[in-house]
Structures are given as structure tokens and as C-alpha cells.
Design a protein around this ligand. Structure first.
Ligand code: NAI
Length: 263
């Protein structure tokens, strides 16, 4: 489905896009007529399949291997966008990881890994994109993947919640800093979406039921529903939107315990 004709011919960079939400965003952007530079860390086969799928549907996609937590990957992706497609218009910082651990037992390395990928990786992507946009006077667009856990506390995943809380305030601060340059910076906060990150929960019927019960709409989201938000944020339909987080969560962030079913 192509909803935004102005996106045709635009070029997007999307981190962590061999599966899950990054993949769905890449596929949706390609359907909108955009050229996409995708990224994978280790899953080369999956990445090739995604690219083949996009090309078979008439889209343009290339991939860059690398870890978002390492300095240089974001620049490499932008260089690839320029060498393959001539420019870069939209940078999506999507890659993210989570590992369960009680805080009092959490290894410092575990804490650092989550902050490194989710928060430092986002910084590195944002910095590279800003540098390119500012130097070329481009009114570019940056989208950061946050989570409902930028506002909902998450026991067992306190490092994850801290990283997403950081993404929230980083997004707002950068948006304010670059509003005079007409560079828009926003975040998306998905609720529970059916992607490989939730594989364990989705494959256990009891856990899945428990998760559905927690969501006010009782529906686990689909990656395409998040990709739709990413398409809108990239489009001119959101041209006056900057520094905000769009929640796409079936009502998960609305204090469900106050809902009508709990009265
Ligand atoms: P996923 O695990 O299905 O996919 C994550 C992607 O990021 C994979 O392609 C993985 O290879 C890549 N990745 C991980 N670490 C990387 C690194 N260091 N460098 C480069 N790529 C790396 O996860 P999903 O669900 O697609 O998550 C995407 C983003 O959405 C993450 O930031 C996550 O925190 C966020 N999110 C997901 C939710 C969900 O329910 N699926 C809910 C809220 C937020």
C-alpha cells in the first residue's frame, strides 16, 4: 500500500532491519517507492531474503553489515545511501535489544550492552544523520524506536526501561536543538508487537494469554502497524510534528488497571 506519493524517490537508512520492526519499516518504505539502506549485525541470510523480497516487488534495497553500538556504522550506512541512491532523507534508529535480569543480580556488562545498543546506538545514528543534514542544509527526518517503557516502569528489565527513557528525552532535546534547521526528530513507542524479540512469550500459549489480558484492546500488535506509523512520520502529513513520541500500543500506556473491565 502506497499512501504518501511525496515519499517516492526518497532514501531511508534503517538500523536493525533484518527482522522484526526494522524489516517491516523497510518493506513499507519500499512500497512507498523509497530506496532503503538496511542493516544487519549477523543474520546475513535473513537480510538477503528481505532484500530479495523488496526487489521482487520492484523496490530498491541494499544492506550494510555492522553493530549500531560501534562508531562508524551510521556513517557507513549514509555513505552507502549516497553511493547507491545519491542522498539520504530519513534515518530510522530501530535496532534494540533486551535481556531479563534482576537489578541486584545484573552484571555490569549486561547493563552496558543494553545501554550501548539502545541508547548509545541511537546517539551515534542521530549524530551521523544530523551531521549530514546540517552540512548539506537538508530538512531531514529522524525517527527513533522507543517503547512504551519510556513511560511504563519495567521490573526485570530496568536497563531496558532506562535506555528507552533516555531515548525519549534525547529525542525531545535533539528536536528542540535542530527545529531551526527544520530537521524533524520523533520517536515511536510500540506496545507488545509480534516480532522475534517476543518469540518466547508468543510461543507459550499461557504467556501469550497473559500478555493479551494486559493490553486494553487485548490485541498484540503486528509489525505492519508500527511500520504505518513510521511511514506517516516520514511523510509530509506529519510535517508539523517534531519532538514527540507516537504511542502505538493498543492502549497499554493508559493505566489499564483503571479500565472498564477492572471496575
Ligand atoms: P527484534 O529482535 O525482532 O529485531 C531487532 C533487530 O535489531 C534485529 O534485526 C537485530 O539483528 C537488530 N540488532 C540488535 N542489536 C543490534 C546491533 N547491536 N546492531 C545492529 N543491529 C542490531 O526486535 P523488534 O521487536 O523488531 O525491535 C525493534 C525495536 O523496537 C527495538 O528498539 C525494540 O526495543 C523496539 N520495541 C519493540 C517492541 C516489540 O514488542 N516488538 C516493543 C517496544 C519497542
Amino acid at each position: 500500500m502506497a499512501n504518501y506519493p511525496e515519499l517516492k524517490g526518497k532514501v531511508a537508512v534503517i538500523t536493525g532491519s533484518s527482522k522484526g520492526l526494522g524489516r517491516a519499516i523497510g518493506e513499507r518504505y519500499a512500497k512507498e517507492g523509497m530506496s532503503v539502506v538496511l542493516n544487519y549485525r549477523s543474520s546475513e541470510k535473513e537480510m538477503e531474503e528481505v532484500i530479495r523480497g523488496i526487489e521482487a516487488a520492484g523496490g530498491k534495497a541494499v544492506a550494510v553489515k555492522g553493530d549500531v553500538a560501534e562508531e562508524g556504522l551510521a556513517e557507513k550506512m549514509i555513505e552507502k545511501a549516497i553511493s547507491e541512491f545519491g542522498k539520504m532523507d530519513i534515518f530510522v534508529n530501530n535496532a534494540g535489544v533486551q535481556v531479563e535480569a534482576k537489578t541486584h543480580e545484573m552484571e555490569f556488562d549486561n547493563w552496558k550492552q543494553i545501554i550501548d545498543v539502545n541508547l548509545n546506538g541511537t546517539f551515534l545514528g542521530v549524530r551521523a544523520a544530523l551531521k549530514y543534514f546540517v552540512e548539506h542544509e537538508i530538512e531531514g527526518n529522524i525517527i527513533n524506536m522507543s517503547s512504551v517503557h519510556e513511560v511504563i516502569p519495567r521490573p526485570g528489565y530496568t536497563h531496558y526501561a532506562a535506555s528507552k527513557g533516555g531515548v525519549k528525552m534525547f529525542t525531545k532535546s535533539v528536536a528542540l536543538e535542530y527545529a531551526p534547521n527544520h530537521i524533524r526528530v520523533n520517536a515511536i513507542a510500540p506496545g507488545a508487537i509480534d516480532t522475534p524479540i517476543n518469540e518466547e512469550t508468543m510461543s507459550d500459549p499461557e504467556e501469550k494469554k497473559g500478555l493479551e489480558a494486559l493490553i486494553p484492546s487485548h490485541v498484540i500488535g503486528k509489525p505492519e502497524q508500527i511500520a504505518a506509523v513510521a511511514a506517516w512520520l516520514a511523510s509530509d502529513e506529519s510535517s508539523y510534528v517534531t519532538g514527540t513520541t507516537i504511542f502505538a500500543d493498543g492502549g497499554l500506556s493508559l493505566y489499564p488497571s483503571f479500565g472498564p473491565e477492572n471496575k
